[in-house]
Ligand binder design. Structure first.
Ligand code: URP
Ligand code: ZN
Ligand code: ZN
Length: 466
């Protein structure tokens, strides 16, 4: 089997930082240590570079139908962009359509990814309704390696499920040892606020944010955790944006509950101010939950540092400004929700987290790779650099600089929310299962090389976290 020696870098895992080498044999890490010797077909000089586990993004929406449009990155363009940004695994969301079985959704998303994905991928399952039959079928999906179910307290008429349905799905998930991912916003109240805003003629993008107040997120977060406690199941709050919602997670964790949460770079580096950009520009930032006050971002950083937030993912769900987003030109509620981010997560969090002195190198690796791997049943195959694990490795240049721009990045979308921002750090080389797929600015992986990752571990709470 072909061997690759990554030499003389600073190897960073969630627990260690040391100067050393990584020997890769075939698809796996063979050895990690100092002054490793032996024949290797390929040698990568990592002097002055960081050698980190490939990023794991557990919240992406590739090729997703939503709000009258499709997210514009499919499993090919989206995973190429991910790789360029130092991410080597994604967990995407398959969507059960009302009236259709879960298996149909899983097979549909498997077909979207097969032959296209360039990095490894798994799936969560979005359940758009609760029925007895779907409840039974959840067990079959767990057998297929889909061990987490996303439910929505938002989007009435689309994905929204009432508390009874949520509670039943939670109970079943608990029986199966699966995890519940929750979109926590009070969609019923939000719909009233939206209707009232539109009746007053408030149609611009910023009203998207003003009709989705932080308390609507905090209330739903509180309720999701309470329902999960009664159903005896771990709950993972996705795309947490409001400090008020984080307070609910912190309180639950202080009580010893299995409540987990992720935030996303957009909530750390963009803010409500972006909705005030002129004309229709604010539509670029229409996502749910919305961007929040800059003054509250320190709270999210506190959560990331102390462990009340366990992961940073992207919620990558891009729609072009000149097409999809225009659906809501005269009515903010018709703007497809979502923004691009799959390629910029590792860079933004290195720059604004590590280089800015907010989190340590170890914590950066933990939040972007190790902890998501543990939470979603991928560890230790993914999420660390250790003998026997998949050789998903990023050689990262901490002294490099990267300009974030739609022109130069690889996401298939006509704008970038961080346009022109120069961040500290650059992705140099990316290996996925031992194969160099990114070398500098060129992509050398092949379309369709990515493999499905059936997730076997059950229950986030059984794996010790931070
Ligand atoms: O605005 C968002 N977040 N779009 C993607 C769908 C979701 O709710 O995660
Ligand atoms: Zn969501
Ligand atoms: Zn999402």
């Amino acid at each position: 089997m072909a061997k690759t020696l990554i030499k003389g870098g600073t190897v960073v895992t969630a627990t260690e930082v040391f100067c050393g080498d990584v020997l890769v044999e075939g698809e796996r890490v063979e050895a990690v240590g100092r002054d490793l010797t032996g024949e290797a077909e390929r040698s990568i000089d990592a002097t002055d570079k960081l050698v980190i586990p490939g990023g794991i993004d557990v919240h992406t929406h590739l090729d997703m139908p939503f709000g009258g449009a499709f997210s514009v990155d499919d499993f090919e363009t989206g995973t190429i962009a991910a790789a360029h940004g130092g991410t080597t695994t994604v967990v995407d969301f398959a969507i059960q359509e009302r009236g259709k079985p879960l298996r149909h959704a899983w097979e549909t998303w498997m077909a979207k990814a097969e032959g296209k994905a360039t990095i490894d991928y798994g799936f969560h399952m979005i359940m758009s309704e609760h029925t007895r039959e779907l409840e039974r079928e959840m067990g079959d999906l767990v057998e297929e390696g889909v061990t987490s179910f996303k439910l929505f307290m938002a989007y009435p008429g689309v994905f929204y499920m009432d508390d009874g349905g949520i509670f039943r799905c939670m109970q079943r998930s608990g029986e199966l040892g699966a995890t519940i991912c929750m979109h926590a916003e009070n969609g019923i109240v939000i719909d009233v606020l939206v209707e009232q805003a539109l009746a007053r003629g408030e149609t611009e993008p910023r009203y998207h944010a003003l009709t989705r107040p932080p308390r609507a997120e905090a209330e739903a977060t509180h309720r999701a955790i309470a329902l999960a406690e009664m159903a005896d199941v771990p709950v993972y709050i996705v795309h947490l944006s409001a400090a008020e919602a984080l307070a609910e997670v912190s309180a639950a964790r202080a009580r010893g509950l299995d409540a987990f949460a992720e935030t996303c770079p957009q909530y750390l580096f963009l803010s409500h101010d972006n909705y005030e950009e002129p004309g229709f520009e604010g539509a670029k930032y229409v996502m749910s939950p919305p961007l929040r006050d800059k003054a509250k971002q320190g709270e999210l950083w506190r959560g990331l540092k102390t462990g009340d937030l366990q992961a940073i993912s992207t919620d990558h769900c891009p729609f072009c400004f000149n097409e999809g987003k225009q659906l809501g030109r005269d009515d903010f509620s018709k703007i497809p929700n979502g923004a691009p981010g799959i390629e910029t997560r590792m860079l933004l969090t290195f720059d604004g987290g590590v280089a800015a002195g907010r989190i340590s190198l170890n914590r950066w690796v933990e939040l972007t790779s190790t902890s998501p791997a543990k939470l979603f049943g991928l560890f230790p195959k993914k999420g660390t650099i250790a003998p026997g694990g998949d050789a998903d490795i990023v050689v990262f240049d901490p002294a490099g600089r990267t300009t974030l721009s739609a022109e130069t990045l690889h996401m298939n979308v006509d704008y970038n929310p961080y346009e022109g921002r120069v961040v500290r750090g650059a992705v140099d080389v990316v290996l996925s299962r031992g194969e160099v797929i990114v070398d500098g600015s060129s992509f050398s992986g092949s379309t369709g090389r990515g493999r499905y990752l059936p997730r076997k571990d059950r229950f986030a709470r059984l794996t010790p976290l931070v």
